[in-house]
Design a protein around this ligand. Structure first.
Ligand SMILES: [Zn+2]
Ligand SMILES: [Zn+2]
Length: 339
């Protein structure tokens, strides 16, 4: 694939047509803001929330992710041939295990743990941090590989959110640097619209965006590398059906003095599919400009419980909150947070 192959001459009519509401296929995360903004959102949501301590801990995790991502780190990048081969095959270029783990992810983990240890007092979270700090490289790699492959058997559920947080930093940096090194050919269209075109990750939630050509466009947000990829609205992210899509959201309990989870109406909803029975949350920036797909997913666990009472199954993945095994069993399993 050469750069010139992507150049296409457009007629004036085509150019005019493109100006109206043409959304970019990919929305890359800005390393300077992605985890910092998430930490801010988590602290905002934690105020008065029944899961306050959990959300504050996750804000500390996001702050630590921001610190680690901002620090200098040398990582291996893919070659042009490696990227071109994926483009020809229509597969995500940096998907595990096509892209294998290298030791830089463990450096990210150890720096993340050190940053967190400075904030966390004694307790269960401290024990998890200490345990990971003294764990051997092969154990850590094995846990990371299980997490990336969706294998819950043998996965340490208490440690998984921290391992996931380190993998997010590693992959966010990897995708950012790869895109910077090969801006015209790094990440093209792939055959499977359900996974991240960069890393093959599952979505954590959808984001309805605001501003310019993006206004109203829906992006699935990658649970791993934090890239957004475009999908038309009112479409199931699990089976891609456009029939029988409905939305559910939390309403303040009648008579309650204060809602326990207060975001503007319509800001966080579950997009439910009657065809396959799955749902994925969608956060709407037009209703609340500060929504974050990961933070708002964590803060709206009550919505998962409400929707799963109807028999709906959760689609997608949030590394900071794993729903036991398998994700379909959300009703029976409490989230395994590292509090
Ligand atoms: Zn990704
Ligand atoms: Zn569906």
């Amino acid at each position: 694939m050469s750069v010139s192959s992507t150049v296409k001459f457009l007629s004036p009519e085509e150019i005019a047509a493109r100006k109206v509401g043409e959304a970019a296929q990919l929305k890359f995360a800005d390393p300077a803001f992605v985890f910092r903004d998430r930490a801010l959102r988590l602290r905002q949501l934690a105020a008065g929330h029944p899961m306050r301590d959990f959300l504050v801990f996750m804000a500390d995790v996001a702050d630590a992710q921001h610190t680690v991502l901002a620090a200098p780190r040398t990582v291996k990048l893919p070659t042009q041939d490696f990227l071109a081969e994926a483009a020809r095959a229509g597969t995500p270029a940096l998907e595990f295990p096509r892209w294998s783990l290298d030791e830089a992810w463990r450096e990210d983990l150890q720096d993340l743990l050190a940053a967190l240890a400075a904030r966390v007092g004694q307790g269960a979270a401290r024990e998890v941090i200490t345990g990971l700090q003294s764990a051997g490289a092969s154990h850590l790699d094995q846990q990371a590989e299980r997490l990336l492959s969706g294998i819950m058997l043998g996965l340490d559920l208490a440690a998984a959110p921290l391992i996931g947080a380190a993998l997010q930093v590693y992959w966010a940096r990897l995708v950012h640097r790869t895109q910077a090194a090969f801006p015209d050919l790094a990440f093209g269209p792939i055959d499977n619209a359900r996974v991240c075109p960069c890393c093959g990750g599952q979505p954590v939630a959808s984001v309805a965006r605001i501003g310019g050509d993006d206004a109203g466009s829906r992006y699935l947000h990658c649970s791993l590398c934090q890239t957004g990829w475009h999908m038309v609205r009112i479409k199931c992210a699990h089976c891609e059906s456009t029939k029988d899509i409905s939305y559910q959201e939390l309403e303040p309990a009648e008579g309650a003095e204060q809602p326990t989870y207060h975001v503007p109406k319509g800001a966080v909803r579950a997009e439910c599919c009657g065809e396959c029975g799955h749902y994925l949350k969608i956060v709407d920036m037009a209703k609340d400009a500060h929504v974050d797909p990961v933070a708002d997913d964590l803060a709206s666990v009550a919505l998962d419980l409400l929707v799963s009472e109807t028999g709906a199954l959760r689609h997608g993945l949030n590394y900071l909150l794993l729903w036991g095994e398998p994700a379909e069993d959300a009703l029976e399993h409490q989230p395994a947070g590292a509090t």
